[in-house]
Unconditional design. Sequence first.
Length: 189
Amino acid sequence: TAIIKRDGFVKNYEARLKGKDGTFFWIHFSGRLIPGKGWIEGVLEDITEKKYIEEALKNSNMELNSLNEELASMNEEFEAANEELIEINTQLEQKEQHYRTLFENTGSGITLLDDDGTIRLANEKFALAAGYKREELEGKIKWTELVHEDDIEWMMKQHRLRREDPDSAEPGYEFRFKSRSGEIRDMIL
């Protein structure tokens, strides 16, 4: 009422009032002072529900902003981790190329074996000595198929020792190797 008395009117005024029961509510008021009468004429609207909705939206927006900030931070962390993974992958690819070059060009026949003894990888030198194409060896033949029958038991013992107790296995030894054509060759492992 102080604004109306001072200015003679009020437009779109919002206020929080206390009801007779002690609860608070919000109103929206536009009105004017009737000259000479001291009366106030106007429109009063209860906007309590609207205010609660606005407050809920404000809180939701604050929560969304907080979540957006958190997501932005997580995205930055993800991008940093992704860049680190790309760098690690690049280094691994370079090391793989390095070891592949060594594997292929060492001058000796080399194989990598699965746990069951299947040849996982063989270099060209080994494939040539065995009389197979690499595709015929890798994933298809076990190393024991290329060893003379009389040498298999002892070689399997050495193979097992290299995995279980490398210090007690022979560091190198001779054995008889069977090529695809059946030719027996003396080899050093």
